[in-house]
Write a protein of this length. Structure first.
Length: 1151
């Protein structure tokens, strides 16, 4: 079993073994091929492994001669199953099949998923079923039958939810072909307990009354006599109630926290007003409609700002929108009512986007004097995107399924995806990782020997009926020691032996067809794979296979006519479980892997890495994630979350250097009114105030945020843009144009006024700085100019303040201001060098950064999704804590600073525990700590298991230890000179004792090399005086984030509630100053700044996950993903792939 585990062929899960004096009892287990564990199939031998008539574990039900197990050669048989199937011939009047028992007891109403594969040519009157018989303790069984389709002659999968009609002690499963003709084949029988999760109940009118999930959490629903839903109760018992008018319109809804929503309607049933709250306090918005009641003519928000809509009533098309400032946007259409242009006047000039179509698909978008063009295949997949004359991307798709095979970027880089025969993505490949090449050749009937080179090149012919008789393949520029081998199944010969590196498999000059091939790599580094696909006589292109799997057919006298072979190094490998959840991810770039576990409701419960790091998740009855456990750097962190009856987050609790609680409170209008951070030593409070609206209404616009008494206030214009921000008596005033681009800021904070000008495409032309004024402008202090000299792609910034910027073909900068940029996978920044720095970055399969190396020092990031939970540069570790909404709340700086105990004078004192062979040492912790480590010789691993324990010091420990340890850990199979590390919850400073022992042998521990004591530190049954080689890991200090209403991190405070760092930014996020008592330490080490983005101080850039933002430019460094061209952002500037927040950085945030 160990050998199988190490080979990666089987996953082994331990199972209980119960011993009795009279017999051995074991529980059924399920062994899985590969590295992915699936849910437990209750049916034993459901894939019919075995030979003969009846598979082992099943019984015969009237099978006759010719019936039984056979090896199928049907190419349409599911590839996830082996070739053994049950063949049953139809006989009129006979019920034929097999049955098997599932020894499971339960109650009526238990839910199961029953499924099976089958193929047959059933007559209409015959039975072609999979059945379950629920057998009671006494009396007759109760049957449930699921019929296969009689309209399909191919393999079909049948699966449905069944409920136990009675209490049962056993379930018998049958596949039945009764009173039938022709032949049926069966395979892959499955029975899962509540596999589909939810079960549903209905009343006599068909209304849904209850939903129960797999964990027996139930939601219930009640209705009035008109079948109107009047209450919905979640699994935690919280109810939402509803009231209606005579037309079945909802007039009022109330949440479990008594947040009340009210609605009024016109005579046509159109909603006129929406109100949250009651007569004392409410938020009200309203709508008006055209005279025919078919279209909204205006909408008024709670502040009294109105947006108007106009229509071509005859065509039903929207012709214009007038915003709350009275500025109009116009829409035009062609004769087929397709949108052809959107236009608006801004800063005195017309801004227009226009659209051209081919076969109802957008073929061109004209914007800012150039056009994006799009190509499509016959299935509507986008095959190409260009900006002007520059091709940005060309996509290739599989013709049958339409799945994306390769994306070729205009800069020459390619990213491709590998799939298995079931169309699951199993690997990601980047062209830059694959310098090796493959050459392969073969003898083609009537053509002779042919040689081709390059991944995926076709060898052979299609549509000519010419057989491929031989195959030889070789690699060039491959890693040292990597070889390719292949074998052929040949007509009248069968499988030949393996051929290697250019040798011939198959035959030449014998007129024998190759019918199947297998190809493998030997000696390949991790991540390398060979994938191949064959074209078979009469069948066409088969599904691609890889790494030794068979391509082609056996026993059908069909020859291979052509083959394609690809040898690549994958960046990522994927494996999925039976429920299509990602179960295993191999990250070859970062040299790690991730194993994913799910509960029976398909909720992610655990993510594990080989180095011991993991993430574990818990959920409440409403599926809110209420617990996150993180193992990072050898230490464990838990964060708990609480929610109210409306599922709003109310508390975050975590213990780091101390116990912390963050609470959130809401008003009757469901607005967040405050948060408080209790560090255990102080409480830091943040309060939110909201602006009043029109006609007595309240609003959701934040009017103020007060952090521990320090207030920041906000006002807004009619379009919802921030007009003023005031803090400490200093105001910043903003003005906007018709496109809501910021055009002027008057900042008392910076004592400057700045004017911005833009072109029609949303590109900044210049920014001019003046002395601060709110009136007429004086003499400029400075002007920064932006240049756009690329006529093909006019949004591309080619110079900034006179400094040239060069790009590749898809908008990635190559050189600027002393920096040289390197890119991979199309748009991913891989390196920056220059200005005395050398920087490289690595990313995971989702494009999230996993490490950054600066001048040889690497900082690695441990991730939870797209969030960094821990980072380390090898010297300092920082751990981050988030609330349930994913907002960063604290950083633990300098986490686990290690110190040799020997170096702490007076903190070490070897202790001999009488009568034992234990090693022990008294220690004094100078501050909060959460780790001790001891270096053990191991003596060639002959010492056996060792257990390391930590105790609080007691004077009696010189003779005996009777107390409960703070923590303990047993180590198995450790290597020589290994550090045995014990992690635990943070402990207070003071005196402690670590003890290392073995139940039966004397323990050896290394003496510290700098010890001045003459005795060794080995423990051999006598008192010792040497200093052990041991270490203590001190917990770092916690700091907590302070934000403004825009999400900027404007400071940090410590556990006493004292603000120790303050940050100031300009309008575009450029860091202006860092001040405070810890500005030079914590202030610089904290990487999260403006908008909560991660700041790289080496470059001055912000990392926004998909790309980098330059706050000095006020633009993204490179172009956004072309998918943004297809997203509706309801803004004329949306096609500028470089613009940051559509030039409204004051109140917007780009993720």
């Amino acid at each position: 079993m160990d050998d199988l585990d190490k080979a990666g062929k089987l996953e082994f899960t331990s199972f209980p073994v119960f011993l009795r004096t009279d017999r051995l009892i074991t529980l059924d287990i399920q062994l899985e091929e590969g590295s992915v564990a699936n849910r437990y199939n209750l049916v034993e031998n459901g894939d019919f492994s075995g030979t003969g008539t009846v598979p082992p574990g099943w019984w015969n039900t009237n099978l006759a001669g010719g019936d039984g197990l056979v090896a199928t050669t049907d190419l349409n048989h599911p590839k996830t199953l082996d070739a053994t199937v049950l063949k049953v011939g139809g006989t009129y009047g006979a019920m034929k099949g097999i049955g098997g028992a599932v020894y499971l007891s339960g109650s009526a109403g238990d839910t199961f998923s029953l499924g099976a594969w089958a193929k047959g040519d059933s007559v209409p009157s015959g039975a072609f079923d999979v059945r379950a018989a629920f057998v009671p303790a006494s009396g007759s069984a109760s049957w449930v039958s699921l019929p296969f389709s009689r309209n399909s002659g191919d393999w079909q999968y049948l699966s449905d939810v069944i409920k136990a009609p009675i209490a049962y002690v056993r379930i018998d499963i049958y596949v039945i072909y009764e009173s039938n003709a022709n032949t049926a084949w069966f395979d892959g029988i499955q029975l899962y307990k509540e596999e589909f999760g939810d079960s549903y109940s209905y009343d006599s009118k068909g209304n849904l009354t209850a939903v129960s999930d797999i964990a027996k959490n139930s939601s219930t629903f009640a209705y009035d006599g008109s079948s109107n839903l009047i209450s919905a109760t979640d699994p935690k018992g919280s109810s939402f109630t509803y009231s209606y008018d005579g037309n079945h319109n909802i007039t009022q809804a109330a949440s479990a926290q008594n947040v009340v929503y009210s609605f009024t309607y016109d005579a046509s049933g159109n909603p006129l007003t929406t109100k949250i709250g009651d007569a004392a306090a409410y938020i009200r918005s309203s709508a008006a409609y055209t005279s025919d009641g078919n279209y909204i003519s205006s909408m008024t928000d709670s502040s009294g700002n109105t947006v108007g809509y106009s229509y071509d009533m005859a065509k039903g098309t929207l012709s214009g929108i007038t915003d709350a400032n009275g500025k109009a946007t116009s829409y035009a259409y062609d004769s087929m009512n397709r949108l052809t242009s959107v236009s608006k006047t801004a800063d005195g000039q017309a801004v227009t986007n226009s659209y051209t179509y081919v076969k109802d698909r957008i073929s061109q978008i004209a914007h800012n004097g150039f056009s994006y063009s799009f190509g499509y295949d016959s299935l509507g997949n986008c095959t190409s995107v260009a900006a002007g004359a520059q091709t940005l991307i060309a996509n290739s798709y599989e013709g049958r399924t339409g799945k994306l095979l390769e994306s070729a970027y205009g800069n020459g880089q390619k990213v491709s995806t590998l799939y298995d025969g079931n169309d699951n993505a199993i690997g990601k490949v980047y062209s830059g990782d694959n310098p090796q090449n493959i050459t392969y050749s073969g003898n083609i009937q009537n053509v002779g020997m042919t040689t081709v080179a390059g991944n995926g090149t076709l060898l052979g012919t299609t549509g000519q009926g010419l057989r491929l008789e031989s195959l030889a393949a070789s690699l060039s520029d491959a890693p040292a020691g990597m070889h390719i081998k292949y074998q052929a199944h040949v007509q009248d010969i069968g499988w030949q032996g393996w051929a290697y590196d250019g040798a011939t498999a198959g035959t030449i000059g014998q007129s024998r067809r190759m019918e199947a091939v297998c190809i493998k790599l030997e000696g390949a580094p991790a991540g390398y794979t060979v994938q191949y696909q064959v074209h078979v006589q009469g069948l066409g292109w088969m599904d691609p296979v890889q790494d030794g799997q068979m391509a082609g057919t056996m026993g059908r006298s069909l020859g291979i006519e052509a083959i394609r072979i690809t040898v690549v190094r994958q960046r990522t490998g994927y494996r999925f479980d039976a429920a299509a959840n990602l179960a295993y991810l191999e990250d070859y770039v970062n040299g790690t892997s991730f194993r994913y576990s799910y509960d029976l409701s398909d909720r992610l419960t655990r993510v594990e890495e080989p180095n011991g790091n993991y993430l574990a998740y818990g959920y409440d009855n409403n599926s809110n994630r209420n617990l996150v456990t993180e193992q990072a750097g050898g230490s464990t962190y838990e964060t708990g979350y609480a929610f109210d009856k409306d599922n709003r987050p109310t508390a975050t609790t975590f213990t780091r250097a101390s116990e912390n609680t963050i609470t959130q409170s809401y008003d009757s209008l469901a607005r967040l009114t405050g948060t408080s951070v209790d560090t255990g030593a102080a409480v830091y409070s943040t309060a939110y105030g909201y602006l009043p609206g029109a006609e007595g209404s309240q609003t959701t616009r934040v009017g103020s945020i007060t952090n521990n008494g320090a207030a920041i206030s906000y006002t807004y214009d009619s379009n919802g843009n921030i007009a003023t921000i005031t803090q400490n008596g200093q105001a910043i005033r903003y003005s906007y144009n018709e496109l809501n681009e910021v055009v002027r800021e008057d900042s008392q904070v910076l004592d400057r006024t700045v004017i911005y000008r833009y072109d029609q495409g949303g590109n900044i032309l210049d920014k001019t700085t003046y002395p601060y004024t709110t009136g007429s402008l004086g003499t400029p202090i400075s002007t920064v100019s932006y240049g756009y000299e690329d006529s093909s792609w006019k949004d591309k910034l080619t110079s900034y303040d006179g400094k040239a910027i060069t790009y590749d073909a898809i908008g990635n900068p190559l050189a600027y201001d002393g920096w040289t940029f390197g890119w991979e996978e199309g748009r991913q920044l891989a390196s920056m060098s220059g200005n005395g720095k050398a920087i490289t970055c690595k990313y995971n399969d989702a494009g999230i950064r996993t490490s950054k190396t600066v001048d040889g020092t690497t900082t690695s990031y441990q991730l939870a999704g797209d969030r960094v939970i821990s980072e380390s540069d090898g010297t300092t570790r920082i751990h981050y804590t988030y609330d349930s909404s994913g907002n960063l709340v604290s950083m633990d700086r300098g986490e686990y600073r290690t110190a040799d105990l020997y170096e702490n004078t007076g903190s070490h004192s070897p202790v001999q525990i009488a009568g034992t062979g234990s090693a022990a040492e008294k220690l004094t912790a100078a501050s909060t700590f959460s780790k001790v480590s001891v270096c053990c010789p191991s003596w060639n691993n002959n010492i056996g298991d060792l257990t390391l324990r930590l105790y609080r010091w007691d004077t009696s420990y010189s003779t005996t230890i009777a107390q409960t340890p703070v923590a303990s850990k047993t180590f198995h199979d450790f290597t020589d000179n290994q550090w045995l590390e014990l992690g635990f919850a943070p402990q207070a400073p003071g005196e402690y004792l670590w003890v290392l022992d073995n139940p039966s042998e004397t323990v050896g521990v290394w003496k510290h090399e700098n010890s001045t004591n003459s005795n060794t530190a080995y423990v051999n049954g006598a008192a010792v005086s040497g200093d052990f080689e041991s270490r203590i890991g001190y917990v770092g200090t916690s700091y907590y984030y302070i934000r403004n209403a825009q999400g900027d991190i404007i400071g940090l405070f410590d556990s006493t509630g004292t603000q120790v760092v303050s940050y100031t930014y300009d309008t575009w996020g450029k860091l202006v100053s860092t001040t405070g008592s810890l500005a030079g330490t914590v202030g610089e080490e904290n990487p999260y700044r403006y908008r909560g983005y991660r700041y790289d101080d080496e470059t001055g850039l912000y990392y926004l996950q998909s790309r980098y933002y330059n706050p000095e430019w006020g633009r993204f460094v490179n172009a956004d993903d072309i998918e943004m061209l297809f997203e509706e952002q309801d803004n004329l500037l949306q096609y500028n792939l470089f613009a940051y927040c559509l030039n409204n950085p004051v109140g917007e945030m780009k993720k």
